[in-house]
Design a protein around this ligand. Structure first.
Ligand code: PXL
Length: 276
């Protein structure tokens, strides 16, 4: 069985990071190995969350994995909380990713703003991790912080292509900008493969609400689809369609959850897409 290692936090309630990456990767028929970076009572959008840092555990986990000679189809990093964790993510790539896909989701910002606790200096460090990746999957806000350029919610296709070229010029082989729309009522992902010098855009109908954690579900699905042998473009389509289905199911529920989406009951749809 193929195995993906993923390094990100556990937000005990929040439907993001490891509480979505683990089930999504497992549902896609891939073993999920985890490096939990911290335990939080909720994600950081809730007030008063607790936080327990696990950075000191990470080196020992890697040492043991190396002794056991575990190998990974892909290594996927998500939300990281400190400069030290970014350095450890680089070490994870160096020690375990000789034949693995390296996927970095630089979770740190949205809607023009950094998430709680992050700084432009952190974005610079995250950019140095992105430089080592095969694929990076920022939203446009994260891309702006990575490149240290102003964020603009108004853009055209030429601008998006320019940002993607700049992202890959920093070192990543492929970059995907998530949450891109050129037409009201649609939302999608714009990708660039720098080696083939090819762009790809895929959009679906935009659902009426936006939810937290959908970026993590999107990246986990992309990683799982690629590990299942789907090509880059098909993996992007599957990730976009699954996230849309998760939101659609959430909105169909009366008194639905407001902090995360119903990805669980959309798993049959995901598997149908994966195997169809
Ligand atoms: O979904 C990204 C994410 C992951 N983990 C934690 C977060 C966030 C976004 O805010 O707070 C702890």
């Amino acid at each position: 069985m193929k195995r993906i290692a993923t390094m990100q936090d556990i937000s005990c309630v929040g439907k993001c990071s490891l509480t979505v990456a683990l089930p999504v990767i497992s549902a896609m028929g891939i073993e999920a190995a985890v490096i939990p970076t911290a335990v939080l009572s909720t994600h950081t959008m809730f007030q008063g969350f607790t936080f327990c840092d696990l950075t000191d555990e990470i080196k020992g986990i890697m040492d043991h994995w190396e002794k056991e000679q575990f190998d990974f189809e892909a290594i996927y990093t998500g939300y990281l909380g400190s400069f030290r964790q970014i350095d450890l993510a680089k070490e994870l790539f160096e020690r375990f990713a000789k034949n693995s896909l390296k996927l970095v989701d630089p979770c740190m910002a949205d809607n023009g703003q950094l998430y709680y606790g992050f700084t432009p200096e952190f974005a610079k460090a995250m950019n140095s991790l992105c430089a080592k990746a095969d694929i990076i999957v920022p939203n446009l806000t994260e891309a702006s912080f990575l490149l240290d350029i102003p964020y603009t919610p108004e853009y055209d296709e030429a601008y998006i292509q320019d940002v993607l070229r700049k992202l890959c010029a920093e070192g990543a082989k492929k970059a995907v900008l998530t949450g891109i729309s050129f037409e009201e009522g649609t939302l999608g992902a714009y990708a660039y493969d720098s080696e083939a010098d090819q762009f790809f855009f895929y959009a679906t109908k935009e659902e009426a609400e936006h939810f937290h954690g959908t970026g993590d579900i999107w990246a986990s699905t992309l990683c799982g689809a690629l590990a299942n042998g789907k090509d880059f473009e098909e993996s992007i389509r599957i990730a976009c369609d699954y996230v849309r289905e998760c939101i659609r199911l959430t909105l169909a529920e009366e008194n639905h959850n407001t902090y995360g989406v119903n990805f669980e009951q959309a798993v049959p749809y995901l598997l149908q897409r994966l195997n169809g």
